[in-house]
Design a protein around this ligand. Structure first.
Ligand code: SF4
Length: 257
């Protein structure tokens, strides 16, 4: 698929040395994006969790055992395989920021995108959403509830991007040159350890761009060529190797390709 590059590239760096696996990002994501609670969430193949948190271990025994937690949103790929396979153009890459969209009214529920996504970052709605009485009052009005039969995924809280652009327009600023922190997804906002950094990867002044350029930064399954806009960061070798599935001998000159 053609690689898509735009003037603004919203991205995220998640510092795995700071993440404690508390789950605040995942809960904030659910609340912000109107993901309904499930009565029975035991079947993980049928649950929806846009920000999943995985546990990594160095595989050693105590006292050498080390654990890391890896939160996994949609990678907002530069070459999104999900979008390539969609027969009804329900998912495309937004030219104002490179966020991979999902147009629910267009989705026909074929789930090709789910099969194509190497990160398992897409979820099919097997049921209509049901909120316990009173909880419907907590819904975010700018995020549509998804009916049974359509696929959904993390949108980098795209409605917050729209709000930030609107704010910039009203104050006479350029909506495509937002300052750092003018737009930030819910997961990054609530992270108590500051492990999730968000911003424009193409703006060298944004912290996210500096972190992504670090030699300690890596991307999940980078070898597939999906060009994710989500980076991870760890100073621990075993975390980087487990996270990006690279073997040391596959690195070219010590750098990720
Ligand atoms: S992570 Fe999966 S759902 Fe997200 S853009 Fe990439 S292929 Fe599509």
């Amino acid at each position: 698929m053609q690689h898509m590059e735009f003037k603004v590239k919203w991205g995220m760096v998640i510092d795995l040395d700071k993440c404690t696996g508390c789950g605040a990002c995942s809960i904030a994501c659910r609340a912000e994006n109107n993901i309904p609670p499930m009565q029975d969430a035991s079947n993980k193949l049928r649950t929806t969790d846009w920000m999943n948190i995985y546990e990594l271990s160095n595989g050693k025994k105590f006292p050498d055992l080390e654990i890391a937690y890896l939160p996994r949103p949609c990678m907002q790929c530069g070459k999104p395989s999900c979008s390539t396979v969609c027969p009804v153009v329900a998912t495309t890459k937004d030219e104002e920021g490179g966020i991979v969209s999902q147009v629910y009214p267009r989705c026909i529920g074929c789930r090709y995108c789910m099969a194509a996504c190497p990160y398992h970052a897409r979820y099919f709605n097997w049921f209509d959403p049901i909120w316990p009485e009173g909880m419907e009052k907590t819904l975010t009005p700018y995020v549509s509830a998804r009916p049974r039969g359509v696929v959904e995924k993390c949108t980098f809280c795209h409605h917050r991007f729209n709000a930030a652009k609107e704010q910039a327009r009203m104050s006479g600023a350029d909506p495509l040159d937002l300052p750092e922190d003018a737009y930030i997804p819910a997961c990054a906002e609530v992270c108590p350890t500051g492990a999730i950094v968000f911003g424009n990867l193409k703006n060298p002044e944004h912290r996210v761009a500096k972190l992504a350029a670090s030699k300690y930064a890596f991307r999940l399954l980078a070898r597939l060529g999906t060009d994710p806009q989500v980076y991870y960061y760890s100073k621990r070798d075993w975390v980087r190797q487990l996270g990006d599935n690279y073997l040391q001998k596959e690195l070219k000159g010590g750098e990720h390709v």
